[in-house]
Write a protein that binds this ligand. Structure first.
Ligand code: SF4
Length: 341
């Protein structure tokens, strides 16, 4: 099912520039991009994972995590192999790094965009989530699914590290309703040394996607001693607040994984400290994730402080939504920001 990776152009030098992500790979015949799933063949860039799905599940939308987006609904979630980052702590490294670590092999099951959309409908999902690995590397496949999904009344969610080019965001914006974007750190050195990327493009993608009207939620995996200083947490919080204090911020606990096995699990006290800093910086919706701590997973009305969406149990297991269909707090009438029914 290989397809042309059409978000690309030929440079005067004859090389092909991939315009999907900010790694901006410029490739000669036969070369692969950093993601390992886009390659030049016969003078054109090919997407090697078009229609090749490595993971597919029907998940609560809360698991993405998206907390202000059609609560208590299901998102058909899919990914391919490949990634434009190389995070040493990747929680999904078996699929994200697979092509790079296995001589460019591609792994997965063939599923067409039409089949994905019909699976979402038959499984009672309200949305499709492009997740598990970085979706921008399978841009053309995600685009075809998202467009078809919209025509059938489904929403679309990108769960991403935020390395999309402006051109990619412009092209996706009519069809992508929500994005959960990682801000992995506020240090360019962290991005360079641990993720194989840079900080600035991520911040620009958050700003640009928000300006395009896409509903954004942010996730940061807090890693002890790596990105959890008060100063760094405050810098991220200030950045989010500078865009919009109503962007939800998910603070997740790290557990040892992949090449980062020497760092312990994030302590609950670290997550609580970050939560407090985020509130001090004026963020209205802060959540703690990957630990069993229900008080920090619920949504409180910023005006009257009442609990308006209760979440407990495993993420997405119990969700009690007190808001009305347009997100209005039943106690004080404040409109909670988000995408509601
Ligand atoms: S999507 Fe892949 S090929 Fe394209 S610029 Fe990013 S890393 Fe390079």
């Amino acid at each position: 099912m290989k397809q042309k990776a059409w978000l690309s152009r030929t440079l005067p030098s004859g090389k092909i520039l991939c315009e999907a992500c900010r790694q901006s790979c410029s490739l000669d015949e036969g070369e692969y991009g950093i993601c390992g799933v886009r390659r030049v063949k016969d003078g054109a860039l090919q997407l090697l994972v078009y229609g090749i799905v490595s993971a597919l599940h029907s998940d609560p939308v809360e698991k993405k995590p998206m907390f202000h987006f059609f609560p208590k609904t299901k998102a058909l979630s899919l990914g391919t192999v490949g990634c434009n980052f190389s995070c040493s702590f990747c929680q999904n490294y078996q699929i994200s790094q697979y092509p790079k670590e296995n001589a460019h092999q591609i792994l997965g099951q063939e599923i067409s965009p039409q089949e994905i959309v019909s699976l979402a409908l038959t499984n009672g999902c309200d949305s499709i989530a492009y997740t598990y690995n970085e979706p921008i590397v399978f841009f053309e496949y995600s685009y075809d699914i998202a467009k078809l999904a919209h025509s059938k009344g489904l929403k679309n969610i990108y769960v991403t590290s935020g390395y999309e080019t402006k051109k990619a965001i412009d092209t996706l914006a009519p069809y992508i309703d929500g994005m959960n974007i990682d801000i992995k750190s506020f240090s360019d050195t962290f991005y360079k040394e641990i993720c194989g990327a840079r900080l600035k493009p991520v911040l620009e993608a958050v700003q640009y996607a928000h300006a395009k009207g896409i509903w954004i939620e942010i996730t940061t995996l807090l890693i002890e001693g790596k990105n959890d200083s008060d100063e760094e947490i405050r810098e991220i919080a200030k950045f989010i607040a500078s865009i919009d204090t109503s962007l939800p911020w998910h603070l997740s606990a790290f557990h040892p994984m992949y090449k980062m096995l020497d760092v312990p699990r994030t302590q609950i006290s670290t997550l609580h400290r970050a939560y407090k800093i985020a509130q001090e910086e004026g963020l209205k919706y802060v959540y703690v994730g990957n630990i069993d701590d229900n008080a920090y997973e619920s949504t409180y009305c910023p005006s009257c402080k009442n609990k308006v969406i209760e979440r407990s149990g495993n993420i997405g297991q119990f969700v009690l939504n007190h808001l009305d269909k347009s997100g209005i707090c039943p106690n004080c009438g404040y409109k909670i920001e988000g995408v509601w029914h």
